[in-house]
Ligand binder design. Sequence first.
Ligand code: ARG
Length: 583
Amino acid sequence: MNLKGELETRISEALAEAGAPPGSGALIARSNKPQFGHYQANGCMAAAKALKINPRELARKVLDNLDLSDIAEPLEIAGPGFINIRISRQWLAQRLTEVESDPKLGIATPETPQTVVVDYSAPNLAKEMHVGHLRSTIIGDALVRVLDFIGHKVIRQNHVGDWGTQFGMLIAYMKDLLQDDPEGFQAEAELGDLEEFYRKAKQRFDADEAFADTAREEVVRLQSGDPATLDAWRGFREISLRHCSDVYRRLGVLLEDGDVYGESEFNDDLSNVVEDLRAAGILEESRGAQCVFLDEFRGKGEDDADVPLIVQKSDGGYLYATTDLAGIRYRQDQLRADRILYVTDSRQGMHFTQVFGVARLAGFARGELMLEHVPFGMMLGKDHRPFKTRTGGTIKLTDLLTEAEQRAFDLVSGKTPDVDEARRREIAAIVGIGAVKYADLSQNRGSDYVFSWDKMLSLDGNTAPYMQYAYARVKSIFRKADMDESQAVGEIVLTEAAETNLAVKLAQLPETIQAVAVECLPNLLCSYLFELAGAFMTFYEACPVLKADAPAARTSRLMLCLLTARTIKTGLGMLGIDTLEQM
Ligand code: ARG
């Protein structure tokens, strides 16, 4: 059960009964200050203003209509008209006993699960994956895991950039290499480093007119389906995708080959998209290009010009937007999506606003289809500029992951030098990759963030190593007692304040997960886990577990420990981060 949701519903009803205008939200905030209770409802403030009465007076009326005695201690009015809510121990104890035996830790499966398409990672295959793709891959993967855990049907779509003019250049370069070396050793070797391959092809393209012409011819041949050119394209695409899979495997994300559904898949449909826009009567020609003008974008350009969404260039070529329009239809009609999430950097915001707008206007997207851009900011270096290598080049993802593992290895080796090396390497991979992921996910995705090895690998603060350590520490209690976890059965009894506070945190998992799914904000889950770990540490200091006074208290506390461990493991799991039983 979603505790916050339940409180909000009940308080909204009481507000309505007290005469508040419809839609007066209950506005419940979670509170970490004991004097405010566990939750605080602020809804009376705005509603009282609308009713032109004193908020405290309204709050008193609300309390007359509100019975939360099954969930909470007697309610209190605080300050100018807030309602403080303290969750009752009985309710918590009973709730946690239910959660204990629930593999989903109290997270309810929705009555009508949605089919959610998550479009993420989606690198351009002409180049090697670089740090720019890291955020999309990590954030998208966390959203996939959260939605899946809740019980929605999730379809991953890796909308890779596998089509377009750059491929002409790459194919021309590859054919050239093969000419001098038909066995393909040279091409194979150079393709081992896609970044290099691209750079050399580009160099050649810029320096050599004849080569540039050939490259342009290759684009035409590619588009007209010339078998030899298509073969070369397939070969290149294959190799590039293999690079991606390697990164996905190392990162431990769910993306598989079967999730790749790239731009090239939509080629045959692009002319239909344009024709259907024409048939819908919304296509306009502007400077030779086929465009759709949305009302919202009239006069929004330079010198108050109307901003078009171009779907076909004057030379007949189609664009990124055309492909995305085809993609919306495919996802709605073939994949039967109820909701589509596009995880890309925020610079693509306008693109998606326009594409969604045109899809609706053209009737490509049903009214109920939820189309959401999930934007994120940039990864910055220590100098607060876009994250680059020392010489200003792009940082390859494989190099970044190798460094993460190496740094984690040094850390682990410093702490536990006696553990054998192979095991230290295993731990380092889990800690290092976890740290990179957590550092990203714990930020509000909307903002830019500074990538800092020291911070993300720190054992204190809101980091993966801290959370992994907290988990291992809880687990160590059972080891210390030489006790099997299955022995911790009995009843949860909450007497100490630290126990109650921990219990409240544990009961807040469902509302947290719900919010992550609705708002696509994994950082809410990170903050939650961090708070939970904090509540646990306080509890552990205040309440002896193995040395508890009475057997019943000992069992109850062990159960709280176990639930905490499960919640951390499950929560980190939803972020795509592994845990270690021992650190
Ligand atoms: N390939 C694009 C890029 O690297 C991202 C694609 C995102 N998905 C989409 N349907 N447009 O920027």
